[in-house]
Every structure is written in structure tokens, then in C-alpha cells.
Design a protein around this ligand. Structure first.
Ligand SMILES: Cc1cc2nc3c(=O)[nH]c(=O)nc-3n(C[C@H](O)[C@H](O)[C@H](O)COP(=O)(O)OP(=O)(O)OC[C@H]3O[C@@H](n4cnc5c(N)ncnc54)[C@H](O)[C@@H]3O)c2cc1C
Length: 511
């Protein structure tokens, strides 16, 4: 009986999957984006690269938190021959604050996960940037079906209990090693929800739960990530925010790294890492070249996974390519809408959507991925939605006006209120960005788990050239063994590689 019930739950979940993923010909917006990569023009070898190369001690590839921290660690410790090359026209990578006419929203990271144990929190306190989010009671919390019908809020306890059981209780997840993380939730949902778990409403809550988990893990489906991997992630406690934007963090870096050591708009397209004389040749998209003694690669995992065969010569060792194949970077996006007055009422809004049926027009099925609409802490007149899961990438391919039209349709339907046209509209496209190809986090897939991948450590091993010298180093959230997918994790990897290099460059040590 129990087994049958589980099967029916899975069938229901599969039904949702199929319904939300109709064949392409039904859904004109489901088009894969095939674009030339900005580095496509730089390939092979060019003799002028060597001849014209500028000599640099250490080149840091990427100016996200990991790259900035590597550079800071070196400069703070008297290694000044450092050059940071950033592909885009801004620093921060997946930390990006967007400002428009007084409205401040975050495109990427928003939360400082945890207090004193989190190094980002300690920096935020030191530069007087930290803020405590509003308590839950301050919000107008609504739980509605996607038709806008209020539904039983006490069911939220099922979500909380299951998160306690599968996320926070190590012993429980141990039994799921070798299985997908989502399996734990699927197995325990029926018992926790009780009668009605397979009703429309029960399925709606199951979908809500999955999307909350996808939002945390950054996964397209909770069946993608291995339970063993999810179990490694430590919870550092209460979440904090920044008073005036996450980019306040860059004051910390600006105080150390001279502007002359940073080059924006400088995508690194080739890294020839065994060039004799222990030199690494680094070539940017414009053909500018550098001969460096050491290179620290902090480019995002999505970019490395897609481009490593074009970038590195000789090719990366098999241990790397194997891991690149079995890790994934999730895609989550944000949509933000702002008004001069909050039309929903005087309190900040926190609206959970329990999808009880799928009668959404086919051309806007991606809306099914949205299960929450909430006021932004730093901008109370702005509502934010996360698009997580399978259709986040597809949303990116829709024109901005279409996304706006669709979310306005959703807002009117779920609030049953008269929603005025917004004055502010913004959406992210983390997958279409060729330098990120995803949002968060870089995780070992279930398939990777089955192939014996136990952690991220193998992709942190420095590359040795044919003389046995360590020449290429790796930092970035994807190289953290437990706090992958976070700003603090990225920061710690930058410190780790900075100190590894410092150790190597110590006088007397033959680097
Ligand atoms: C929507 C979203 C929400 C998030 N929420 C949170 C949160 O609340 N809390 C939290 O702690 N974390 C959060 N994160 C995760 C966090 O932002 C990242 O883990 C962290 O910023 C990663 O830093 P990084 O330096 O490893 O990588 P990145 O920030 O991706 O930096 C890599 C840099 O390398 C550059 N680059 C790539 N390729 C090249 C190349 N070939 N040449 C030169 N430069 C290159 C990129 O342009 C980029 O600037 C979120 C991320 C997103 C996208």
C-alpha cells in the first residue's frame, strides 16, 4: 500500500514535470540559445603572443569574490607583481547590486548566511555594512492557490518539518547516500502530510517544497543533486543582509588592491601552461598576452565546464575533465518589480503560491516555477520572485516585455487585486551570461556520486608543468568542499590559494 502510494506520488510529480515541459512545438519560447562565444576568435597558437607578452608575477583570472580575495591576500602580504583580469565591465561576478533611480536590488547574492562564523559577516560588521532583516511577523504573509484562493497556512509546518528532517538531521540523510537528495523529501512527504497528500492541494505543497529546496540548492530538480553532497553543506545560522547593497563588500577590496592591478573587459581565452622556463602564457580576447610565473583561475564553474577544452593547453588532466562532467552549476534567476506605492497594503508582502492545477496558458508555463513573491528588504516597494528549477533558463530567452506581461498576469491572478503597471522592472539572465553560465551552486550530481566523486578537492589541485612546478591554481565557490555556492565559500577559496602561493613564494622556497 505504502509502495503504491509512493509510486502514485512519483507519478504525480512526473505528471507535473511532463505538463510543465510540453514538446517544443507547443511552446515557441522553449528555444535553446546558440550564440558564438566571445572567445571563439582566439584559438590555437600565435607566435606574436610570446613575442609581445608582458611579464607578470601572478595573473588572477576573474574578479569575483574569489579572485579579489586572492589578489588582496597577495598584495596585503607584499606580493605586488599581481594582475587581475576580469572578463566583464564590473567587479564582483555573481555579487552584483543593481541601482536605478534610488531603487537598490541584488542581481546575485543577497544574504550573508550566518553570523560570526561567516567571514563575510565579520567584514560587513567591520565596515559597518551589516543589517538585520525584518522578522517574519513584520510581513503580510499570505498562502494562496495560483487562483488566489487563500489556503490552509498550517500546512507550511509540513515544509518546515521535512526541511528539519532531511536538511538538518545528519543521521536521516546518511540513509540516502547513493540516492538523490530529493528522495528523502519524496519518501517522507506522505507520512508528514497525512491524508490528502495525493490530492491536488497535497501535490501543490509537494511542488512548493521542491521549489524551496531547489531555491536553496540552486538545482533544476531536487533529484539532480546527490544526498551525500547536500549533506556536506554546513548551516552557519541566522541570515543577515547589507544596509546599502552587497557591493559595499568591495570597499574591503578597494582598500588593498590598487586600481592599476585590475583590468576590466579582459576575458582570458587561452592559458598555455607548459611553455618552458616555468612560464604560463595567458591570452585575452583582444590578443593581449602575459607571461606569468603563476596563474590563479577563479572563473565560474559554468564557464570552465563549457570552455576548458578551448582555454587550456595542454588539456587539463583527466581528473579535472571527469569532475567537470559530473558537477553542475544550477540556474536560478530573479525578477523584480517596483511601484511608488505598495498596492498590496502597508506591510511588506510574503506570498506563497500553492499550485493546485496546471491550467496556465501554454505560452507561460514557466510561471509554475515561481512559488513565492516577497518584498525586497532594501526596497520595500519592490516585489521579488525567484525563478528556480527547470524553466529558469527558458525564462531568460523570453523578451523582457513578455516576462513582464506574464508576471503581471501571475500577480493579478494570485492576489486577485488590481495591480498597476510597475515603474521598475528588472530580471536576471545568469545562464545566458557567457562568463557565468549559471547562478549557484556547483554541486556533485547524482550521476557523479555513482561514478565515485566524493568531493570538490580534485579540482583544487594545482597543475604542475613538465618540470614538476606548480603553475596553475584554482579558486572559486566551486572549489570549496562544503560552502560551495556561497560568497563566504568563494572568499575562503581565494584566501586558501593566496596563502598557498605565498607559501610557495617565500624567500628560500624554490617556486
Ligand atoms: C541569483 C544568485 C543568488 C545568490 N544568493 C547568494 C546568497 O544569498 N548568499 C551567498 O552567500 N551566495 C549567494 N549566491 C552565490 C554567490 O554569489 C557566489 O557563490 C559567489 O559570488 C561566487 O564567487 P566566485 O568568485 O567564485 O565566482 P564569480 O562571482 O562567478 O566570479 C568569477 C568571475 O570571473 C569572471 N570570468 C569568468 N570567465 C573569465 C575569463 N575567461 N576571463 C576573465 N574573467 C572571467 C566572471 O566575469 C566573474 O566576474 C548567489 C548567486 C546568485 C547568482
Amino acid at each position: 500500500m505504502l509502495a503504491l502510494a509512493k509510486v502514485s506520488l512519483l507519478v504525480a510529480a512526473l505528471g507535473h514535470f511532463v505538463e510543465s515541459h510540453p514538446p517544443t512545438h507547443y511552446s515557441p519560447w522553449l528555444r535553446p540559445r546558440v550564440e558564438a562565444h566571445p572567445c571563439d576568435g582566439i584559438s590555437g597558437r600565435n607566435s606574436s603572443w610570446h613575442a609581445q607578452a608582458e611579464k607578470v608575477g601572478v595573473v588572477v583570472v576573474g574578479g569575483g569574490v574569489a579572485g579579489l580575495t586572492t589578489a588582496k591576500t597577495l598584495v596585503d602580504n607584499s606580493i605586488s607583481d599581481v594582475l587581475l583580469l576580469e572578463a566583464q565591465d564590473y567587479l564582483g561576478g555573481r555579487v552584483r547590486t543593481y541601482r536605478q533611480e534610488g531603487v537598490v536590488v541584488e542581481e546575485g547574492a543577497e544574504w550573508i548566511h550566518g553570523g560570526w562564523r561567516n567571514p563575510v559577516y565579520r567584514i560587513a560588521v567591520a565596515i559597518d555594512g551589516v543589517d538585520t532583516p525584518l522578522p517574519d511577523e513584520a510581513f503580510d504573509w499570505r498562502v494562496v492557490t495560483h487562483e488566489g484562493v487563500p489556503t490552509d497556512k498550517t500546512r507550511y509546518e509540513v515544509v518546515e518539518t521535512l526541511r528539519d528532517v532531511c536538511e538538518r538531521s545528519d543521521d536521516v540523510l546518511l540513509a540516502y547516500y547513493g540516492l538523490a537528495y530529493g528522495q528523502c523529501f519524496l519518501d517522507k512527504f506522505e507520512g508528514e502530510y497525512g491524508p490528502g497528500y495525493d490530492s491536488e492541494l497535497g501535490e501543490g505543497w509537494l511542488h512548493y517544497l521542491e521549489q524551496i529546496v531547489n531555491g536553496e540548492e540552486g538545482t533544476e530538480s531536487w533529484l539532480d543533486i546527490a544526498a551525500r553532497e547536500a549533506d556536506k553543506y554546513p548551516d552557519l545560522g541566522y541570515d543577515f543582509q547589507w544596509k546599502s547593497g552587497y557591493d559595499t563588500l568591495f570597499q574591503y577590496y578597494e582598500a588593498s588592491i590598487p586600481a592599476s592591478k585590475i583590468k576590466l573587459n579582459s576575458p582570458v581565452c587561452r592559458i598555455l601552461w607548459d611553455e618552458g622556463d616555468d612560464q604560463v602564457l595567458v591570452v585575452t580576447q583582444s590578443g593581449t598576452s602575459y607571461l606569468a610565473s603563476h596563474v590563479v583561475v577563479t572563473a565560474s564553474f559554468g564557464h570552465l565546464k563549457e570552455r576548458h577544452t578551448n582555454i587550456f593547453e595542454p588539456p587539463l588532466p583527466e581528473s579535472f575533465s571527469k569532475h567537470f562532467g559530473h558537477l553542475d552549476l544550477g540556474v536560478s534567476n530573479k525578477i523584480q518589480l517596483g511601484w511608488t506605492e505598495p498596492w498590496w497594503g502597508s506591510k511588506p508582502l510574503d506570498l506563497d503560491i500553492i499550485w493546485t492545477s496546471q491550467d496556465v496558458p501554454l505560452d507561460r508555463l514557466w510561471l509554475y516555477d515561481i512559488v513565492n513573491v516577497a518584498s525586497v528588504h532594501s526596497a520595500p516597494n519592490v516585489l521579488q520572485m525567484f525563478v528556480m528549477g527547470k524553466d529558469s533558463k527558458n525564462m531568460e530567452n523570453l523578451p523582457k516585455e513578455t516576462v513582464l506581461e506574464h508576471v503581471m498576469y501571475l500577480l493579478k491572478r494570485v492576489t486577485q487585486q488590481d495591480v498597476p503597471e510597475p515603474d521598475f522592472f528588472h530580471r536576471t539572465s545568469w545562464y545566458n551570461n557567457p562568463w557565468t553560465r549559471g547562478a549557484y551552486e556547483t554541486y556533485i550530481t547524482l550521476w557523479g556520486d555513482h561514478q565515485g566523486l566524493k568531493g570538490h578537492d580534485p579540482i583544487t589541485v594545482p597543475l604542475k608543468n613538465s618540470q614538476g612546478r606548480q603553475v596553475v591554481f584554482w579558486a572559486g565557490e566551486h572549489t570549496h568542499s562544503t560552502r560551495y555556492g556561497t560568497v563566504d565559500g568563494a572568499l575562503q577559496t581565494g584566501e586558501r590559494e593566496g596563502y598557498r602561493l605565498l607559501d610557495l613564494l617565500r624567500p628560500g622556497k624554490n617556486a
